[in-house]
Design a protein around this ligand. Sequence first.
Ligand code: KG4
Ligand code: ZN
Length: 340
Amino acid sequence: MSVILAIESSCDDTGAAVIVDGHLRSNLTATQEIHRRYGGVVPELASRAHQQHLVPLVTAALTDAKITPQDLTAVAVTRGPGLLGSLLVGTSFAKAYAAGLRIPLVGVNHMRAHILAHFIEAPRPPFPFLCLTVSGGHTQLVVVRDPATFELLGQTHDDAVGEAFDKTAKLLGLPYPGGPELDKLARQAEAVGFDPKAFPFRVGEQDGYAFSFSGLKTQVLYFLQKATAANPSFITENRPALCAAIQRALVDALIRKLTKAVRETGLRHVAIAGGVAANSGLRAALSATAEKEGWEAVYLPRLEYCTDNAAMVAMAAHFQVEAGDFADAFLSPDPRLGLV
Ligand code: KG4
Ligand code: ZN
């Protein structure tokens, strides 16, 4: 029997989960509200909040799963990529906890875990499949051959798509993190029939499977500067419509590359992962494109498995334990850990 405690602390969400023989038993996340005040994640404060939350969260995750520490057969932890200080808190805790219980440690790659979140519950994609991972730090188009074999087709040259959502939302005066706020207002605009093409925003085309999102922020900034010079209340008067236009431009760029990838690889099982996979515009566009292009199936994770969570770390750890992939006592965080 395999009973794994999994810890996630790569950015500003602290997570603890328990998985038993591949079945998720508990999953708790403590989101750090403190960063809202500063308009972005403050690394030092994130480390401190992880340290405050982790022990109570682990206790609660074990209680929820009706598991005692002595039942555990391994401890898993996110090793990277992420913020060094945040990762240090999680890895130090996990190493000490595993050593205290004399059980093995599993080091998990956060980006692989986002993808493997698809195996927590049905419908699970069959291997091989395509996955578009879209988060605050990454935008990656990946071929997933099996739980341990990933092929990176392409990624962003500059900002991640989540960053583009957050930065443009900030220009519109929305609170951090702007992605979900921008999504909410875009939905309001579309509900009243606003045409998202009314503003001229577009993400420029890149070669192959590469993405570039930094240009959109500049486009929006210049557009707003001009518009507010003519009408100082332009943003307040048009905020939902602007959100819808920005969201449409970002989603279009993602869908264009995904469509190209499906056509060129022939892989017609398509998944999305990461925080931006929670975006309602992306989810709707993906389902519509699947129908239009005749894809076999699309896989949209439940919202709590899109943004950072320990359930995905637990799932990834389950596969690693099955493969005998354990860490040694020298495990240390790698803030820039690559997907492959
Ligand atoms: O995967 P994640 O929780 O953390 C990272 O590993 O980066 O992703 C966080 C990102 C943030 O940029 C956040 O604004 C974005 O995901 N996000 C969204 C939505 N929910 C979260 N972006 C657009 N629409 C959403 N509904
Ligand atoms: Zn993440």
